[in-house]
Each structure stands twice: as C-alpha cells, then as structure tokens.
Ligand binder design. Sequence first.
Ligand code: PAF
Length: 277
Amino acid sequence: MLIVTRLDELRSARSLLDGKLGLVPTMGYLHEGHISLVRRAKAECDYVAVSIFVNPTQFGPNEDLAKYPRDLDRDLHLLEDAGVDLVWTPTPEVMYPSGFQTWVEVEEMTRPLEGAQRPGHFRGVTTVVTKLFNAVQPTKAYFGQKDAQQAAVIRRMTEDLNFPIEIVVCPIVREPDGLAMSSRNIYLDAHQRKAATVLYRSLSAAKEEYEKGERDAEKLRRKMKEVIASEPLAQMQYVSCADYDTLQELEKVTGKTLLSMAVFFGKTRLIDNFVLE
Ligand code: PAF
C-alpha cells in the first residue's frame, strides 16, 4: 500500500494505476462503514484509493473540528488489511493553498435539512470532493447512505459538472442494536449510547406505519417525533420526510422517499435515515 501526502506524489502514483480506480473519500477515524465502502470498491475496480483529510471548510465555527477524532496509524493498518492500493493524506496547505478563493456550490438541494442547520457545510464538502476528484481522477467514487443529503448533493454535482465518475452510494452499516456507525459515536457516554438507539427506533416506527399503508408525510414525521420525545436524553433537531432526489418536504408519499433526522445527545449530534422505496 502506497501512502502519499504531496500532490506531485499522488499524481505520479496515480499515473501508474492503469485500470479502473475506485476512490473512497474519508475524514479518517475509520470504522466498519468506511471499510464496507472499500470492500465494494475492491469488488468493482482494479485498484482502490482512499483519501484521509479532515476538511476544515465543512465544519462550522461552533462545530467539532479541533476535537474531531483522529488516529492515522490505526486507519492505515485497517486500510492495509482491507487491501487498499493507495492512500492520500493531504495537508490543509495542499487542499487550501494560500490565497485560496475558489468554491464549488450546489444550490437548492443544499438548503434544507443538514444545510439549514449547518450553513456553509455543503460548500466545504462539494469543494473538497471536487478537488479530490480532480487530483485522483477515479473511475468510481464511493459514499455512504448515512450522509444521505451529501450523497444526493454529490450525485447532482457530478452530473452538473460532467465529471466522468460513477457515484456509488452504499448502505448504512449499523451496530447490532441499530445505531448507525459514525466516527462521532465515540463522544457518547454509556447512557447516551443506549439512548442513541432512538434514531433507529423512530425510523423503524415510521417505516412500520408506511408499510401498514400510511402515506401522509406529516403523520410519518409526527410518529418519528413521538418516539424521539419518549427518550429523555434525546434533543430532536429536525425530522424529515422528503423526496429522495430533490430533498423537498412531502405532503403525500408517492415515490422514493427519504426519512431522516438529526438528534443531539448532550453536545453530540447524530444523523440517520431510512429510504422508503
Ligand atoms: O463524508 C465524509 O467523510 C466527508 O464529508 C467527505 C466526503 C470525505 C468530504 O470531506
């Protein structure tokens, strides 16, 4: 496994990989969710590259950039074991050279949900992902369904900017009790960790209503809110029942639909979602 930091090193390493290249962009502190993306990339491509970069521009001023968990040695071991060919660990100076002032922005789709709660977040994501795509030039790029809006925004951006890259969105990987895997789960204390299953429970409750025939989106949102409210340690930020592609809130569920939510446990903010087909 080749590990590079500088852009010129990345470019020469890339030029030696002749065949389909799968890219898994990450911010490190890897878990089974990331490794499932690597596995999928390995199954579909000749080579797999992983980027590890905690991207400062996607964190708001009150978010957890400084204390975002990092463990590069552990990450590299996991990637080596998973059979990755190339790891790129750029520095902030490589990604944001002095005088940097060029941004990539997706408009409407970034306004609701996460975008409403985290102003500027998606501008940071789409800019850094564009830079990763330009530098690595992958055939396919792999993202998790856990960040449902991010995946939808990146699909839109790839189409809008004519990147010759196939975006592959992979299923959420969950703990045995249903909690979606996330690097932020380590911030939860034992009580919060137990309470955090409420995201999965409330999504499951709404899905159950849907399966019984409920198509009123407001009733599905109400169901999710009710279950979250039953958990004293959970502080709901939003719940949503939106169109899967446009992310606009629905009145009636007719096609592919995204149920999603953000919930605080103390200072830790968790997100989760289900797709209704
Ligand atoms: O999902 C993430 O880990 C990040 O948002 C990404 C896509 C690597 C961009 O920094």
